[in-house]
Design a protein around this ligand. Structure first.
Ligand SMILES: [Ca+2]
Ligand SMILES: [Ca+2]
Ligand SMILES: [Ca+2]
Length: 445
């Protein structure tokens, strides 16, 4: 269950020269299994505004250090285990141990973008099954600056955990950080290849790594642990939960440092494997013949295939963004169809779909009753939103950019349809007052 990282190491890729920063509650900079790979230029303490991201020692602030260990715990030193990219440079931004606002997020996302290659984060709105929220104006600008100017213009790589709100039937598409085209949104599978209890289903998840499952039945992730007192029995843990994707991407970037942020997304899509996760239900095959799931995206990440693809990768053509005209419905019509031309014979002509954003404004009360299904011209159905029983609020969706990666590689031309379903148990008190839809196919030709 090593996600084929061993063969990538055997080809000589261990993350050397690649810089990863964990945006979390800090990083124990003097940890014996991290100290050799620690990179102060990939680190900052936003909470205390200094250059030392050492976590506050109150038993709560262990997560960032553990995540750093997954990526870059050193090898051959008798401490703990081995990071996926055990020769990568690793830093941490201390930002979650205080009030987190738009400005805090933006400064974390835009730290030293010509030095840091990969930012890894697992925060966002509450996983309570009723919140719909995303990056504010400053964080949005930071993402856009990162992908356009970071890494010398090749684009910063943002790796994001898809969320832990499974217990509350949350949807990761209601989280504007995972639901962003700029982040690689990564889900988790148990060691048995099943959906863990905390998993959130949605169409913006691109791929999956192993993580923890049910305590006592499934193993968790082994990593380093935060202990400033350096007690040998407290310096490692076998009880960590977090996707391992940042280290996997570091291996691919070492194999080919010229990869752009979109190249990395393509490589993740093409290398992910559905097979180890097919015991779990819900796989469909899209119009480009790729298996995809709302639980796992395109499947389990594979280190060997990632570096092999990276080695011989040709940069994808420039991104074209094609928007369909808005559709405004003032009724409670349940199926909205759109004729998509793919902007044929325009400068933004699109031949292969990457992401599809469906921007929706819609009122349904209770909001959690709503299910939205987008069907492509090729007949692929992707659920943009599953019902969220706890979402009993009377708030709207206002210009919410639901993202699906499920149409990746399809020809966009033809009739697309969005189906609005009242899927909840409760009575709808109000629905369909107005609806506004645009679809942007973000893709290349
Ligand atoms: Ca500090
Ligand atoms: Ca070690
Ligand atoms: Ca969530």
């Amino acid at each position: 269950m090593d996600m084929n990282v061993g063969p990538a190491w055997a080809r000589g890729y261990t993350g050397k020269g690649v810089v990863v920063s964990i945006l979390d509650d800090g990083i124990q900079t003097n940890h014996p299994d991290l100290i050799d790979n620690y990179d102060s230029k990939a680190s900052w303490d936003i909470n205390d505004n200094d250059d030392d991201p050492m976590p506050r020692d109150n038993e709560d602030n262990k997560h960032g250090t553990r995540c750093a260990g997954e990526v870059a715990a050193a090898a051959y030193n008798k401490y703990c285990g081995v990071g996926v990219a055990y020769n990568a440079s690793i830093g941490g931004v201390r930002m979650l141990d205080g009030s987190v606002n738009d400005a805090v997020e933006a400064s974390a996302l835009s730290l030293n973008p010509d030095h840091i290659d990969i930012y890894s984060a697992s925060w966002g709105p509450e996983d309570d099954g009723k919140t719909v929220d995303g990056p504010g104006p400053l964080a949005t600008k930071a993402f856009i600056n990162g992908v356009t100017k970071g890494r010398g213009g090749k684009g910063s790589i943002y790796v994001w955990a898809s969320g832990n709100g499974g217990r509350h039937v949350d949807s990761c598409n209601c989280d504007g950080y995972t639901n962003s085209i700029y982040t690689l949104s990564i889900s988790s599978a148990t060691q048995a290849g099943m959906k863990p209890w905390y998993l959130e289903e949605c169409s913006s998840t691109i791929a999956t790594t192993y993580s923890s499952g049910l305590l006592g039945r499934d193993k968790s992730v082994a990593s380093v642990d935060m202990d400033p007192l350096m007690r040998p029995d407290r310096l490692c843990t076998t009880e960590h939960t977090a996707p391992l994707a940042a280290g996997m991407v570091a291996l691919a970037l070492e194999a080919n440092p010229n990869l752009t942020w979109r190249d990395v997304q393509h490589i993740v899509v093409m290398s992910a494997k559905s097979k180890p996760l097919e015991k779990e239900t819900g796989w469909t095959t899209n119009g480009a013949k790729r298996k995809v799931s709302h639980k796992f995206g395109f499947g389990l990440m594979d280190g060997e295939v990632m570096v092999t693809l990276a080695e011989k990768w040709t940069t994808v053509p420039r991104q074209h963004v094609c928007r369909t005209p808005e559709v405004i419905e003032n009724s409670s019509r349940l199926i909205v169809t759109m004729n998509v031309t793919g902007c044929a014979s325009e400068a933004s002509e699109v031949r292969y779909v990457e992401q599809v954003q469906c921007v929706v404004s819609l009122t349904m009360v209770p909001r959690g009753n709503l299910r939205l299904v987008l069907t492509s011209a090729q007949g692929t159905q992707s659920t943009l939103l599953y019902e969220r029983p706890r979402d009993t609020l009377s708030s709207n969706f206002e210009d919410w950019p639901f993202l699906s990666v499920h149409f990746w590689g399809e020809d966009p031309v033809g009739v697309w349809s969005l189906t609005v379903i009242n899927g909840g148990n409760g009575n709808v008190r109000k629905s369909g007052t107005y609806m506004l839809i645009t679809i942007s196919h973000v893709y290349y030709r």
